[in-house]
Write a protein that binds this ligand. Structure first.
Ligand code: ADP
Ligand code: TRP
Length: 344
């Protein structure tokens, strides 16, 4: 039986935060721990995606390795043959397939990507590269090269995931069928990962926007490298509201709702149980303290593991995975090259 592939990529720009951890990393690690006999699990660092926005290039190579260390500290089992870790730029087929897919992608189609439009608005014009505009196509190549069925990502990547299905179907229809495995629909993905929607952890200081490492102040972002005390302070000064009633209400009480969600995710309790526990409370202090406690405990455990990560084991696994991934990726690329007339 050919295993289905679960795949995700986490960029190495600044530090990863608990939004990245809960939205993208944790679902994949859960699968690696519990289902790896049924699935191939690919966790990679999309290093070519790192400079779609300006970065300090002298730090990039080390930052990529640091991401891999975070994956391991978060629980990714390296000794499992069905788990693969790799760097995008070490498998050149990603760039080659991206170019081919770009030539089948409409300019209008890319222009409609809401993340691009948002970033365009907040950047000045020189900062907006063609790479930023095109990056969903490279992302589609990342997914289609390995025939991935499931791609755990946060809500902000939903449109890009849908694009990867569209472009795969387009080429399958235009050329011979079966060129690409079509990733599962976003709805099927949520069901598979046991969620009813994509996760979007909010910024603690401004809960109307998502927690993001691109945020300049970092006041509302819990980084995986924050000391437990710093994280605790960020939670205690989280923005809530003046309604004085704990309720799960995304539209009217985004701050309180975010805290309830964080508490559920990090304590392992169900969201319903957490909501019931706090229902009717008129003070936000106890909820904040509970969230601060789970976050502090979580970070302590995580950081202890991070300090114990074996770098040689990562280097060894990378070498092995990158060679296996190249084989798999090159086989897909050759099929595409043949279909479009580049190879006999
Ligand atoms: P950032 O916005 O912090 O730069 P990325 O765009 O690099 O994050 O996202 C990396 C992964 O983490 C993606 O799968 C994304 O959907 C997920 N993710 C990012 N922020 C959040 C969040 N606040 N809540 C849930 N998932 C998130
Ligand atoms: N674009 C994703 C982000 O910014 C990262 C990414 C690149 C990715 N290639 C991917 C995620 C393929 C999932 C699958 O977060």
């Amino acid at each position: 039986m050919i295993k289905q592939t679960i795949l995700t990529g986490l960029r190495a720009n600044n530090d990863l935060h608990i939004g990245n951890y809960l939205g993208a990393l944790l679902p994949l690690i859960d699968m690696a721990e519990n289902q790896s006999d049924k699935y191939q699990i690919n966790l990679f660092v999309p290093d070519l995606h790192s400079f779609t926005t300006p970065i300090d290039h002298t730090l990039l190579h080390d930052a990529v390795f640091e991401n891999l260390r975070v994956f391991v500290a978060a629980g990714l089992p390296l000794d499992n043959d069905n788990v693969r870790i790799y760097r995008q730029s070490y498998v050149p087929a990603h760039s080659e397939l991206a170019w081919i897919l770009e030539c089948f992608t409409g300019f209008g189609e890319m222009s409609r990507m809401t993340q691009f439009k948002d970033k365009l608005q907040s950047a000045n014009n020189e900062q907006v590269s063609v790479g930023l505009f095109n990056y969903p196509v490279l992302m589609a190549a990342d997914i289609l090269l390995y025939g991935a069925s499931y791609v755990p990502v946060g809500e902000d990547q939903r449109q890009h995931l849908e694009f990867s299905r569209d472009i795969a179907e387009r080429l399958n229809n235009r050329f011979k069928g079966g060129l690409f495995t079509i990733p599962k629909s976003v709805q099927e993905q949520y069901e598979f990962f046991g969620k009813d929607q994509g996760l979007r952890i909010k910024d603690l200081a401004d809960p109307t926007k998502k927690m993001s490492k691109s945020d300049d102040s970092g006041k509302g972002v819990i980084f995986m490298t924050d000391s437990p005390e710093v994280a605790r302070k960020k939670v205690m000064s989280a923005t809530t509201d003046s309604l004085a009633l704990v309720a799960f209400d995304k539209a009217n009480q985004p701050g309180v709702t975010n805290l309830l969600e964080l508490l559920a995710l990090l304590s392992g309790e169900s969201l319903e149980a957490v909501i019931t526990n706090y229902r009717g409370q008129t003070q936000y202090g106890p909820l904040k303290t509970a969230v601060a406690d789970v976050i502090a405990t979580f970070l302590e455990g995580f950081q202890t593991k991070l300090s114990q990560v074996d770098d040689d084991a990562i280097a060894h696994k990378l070498l092995l995975s990158e060679s296996l991934m190249s084989e798999q990726a090159n086989a897909t690329l050759l099929r595409v090259q043949q279909a479009i007339g580049l190879r006999a």
